[in-house]
Design a protein around this ligand. Structure first.
Ligand code: CO
Length: 210
């Protein structure tokens, strides 16, 4: 325990020195600003670092993470990130990336009390309830969990499309919202092919007259 965090400083020094030896202007370049093409909405899980699993560098992905990559329309944090990414940074792609074996999704599939987190998991329980027939017809618990991971991602893609921020962008330009799932079995990201990029992809009642 004692000063185990020191290894983070040591790691940082080594990393910074490495970057500078490859490119003496590396940090100078980063300090000039960012223009990422992607907004990543992923799980807080320590095993799913956006840049690392996509082989991208600092400056390439704008990132928001929370438990089980949920898009809640009253979440000021997420909405602020989304607004900034879309309106100011002009990202071209918004990616919701879930992951198989997601603790948040699994925890929402039973009746255990998770204290304060119950409030957050409620969002995933709603997705479960919406698809409970399909889910309960799946015999293997692991397969059922994996399917809810996918259904949760699809729901969040639609939740993004329901925001005024995304619909406003669609009035003016191209913006694609993707749903992906990452797996620990092979380290690969699967595209669920549920991309939405226009207002007609959204159920009519959620469309705003902008
Ligand atoms: Co997770």
């Amino acid at each position: 325990m004692k000063e185990s965090y020191n290894r983070l400083f040591e790691g940082n020094k080594k990393w910074a020195a490495e970057k500078l030896s490859n490119d003496p202007n590396y940090f100078k370049g980063l300090s000039m600003g960012q223009s990422p093409e992607y907004l990543w909405i992923g799980c807080s899980d320590s095993r799913v670092p956006a840049n690392e699993i996509t082989g991208t560098k600092s400056g390439e992905i704008f990132v928001h993470r929370n438990i089980a990559n949920v898009v809640v329309h009253t979440d000021m944090n997420l909405l602020s990130v989304l607004y900034y990414a879309v309106e100011v940074l002009h990202v071209k792609h918004v990616i919701v990336c879930g992951h198989y074996g997601c603790g948040g999704v699994i925890a929402s599939m039973n009746n255990k009390d998770n204290g304060f987190v119950n409030n957050w998991l409620r969002n995933i329980k709603e997705v479960y309830e919406k698809h409970h027939e399909e889910l309960e017809a799946i015999p293997e618990i692991r397969d059922r969990e994996n399917r809810l991971v996918e259904l949760n991602v699809i729901e969040q893609v639609h939740n993004l499309a329901k925001t005024r921020i995304v619909q406003q962008a669609w009035k003016k330009r191209e913006l694609q919202v993707h749903g992906w799932v990452y797996g620990f079995d092979n380290g690969l990201i699967k595209d669920l092919n549920v991309m939405v990029d226009e207002i007609s992809d959204l159920e009519p009642i959620f469309r705003f007259d902008l």
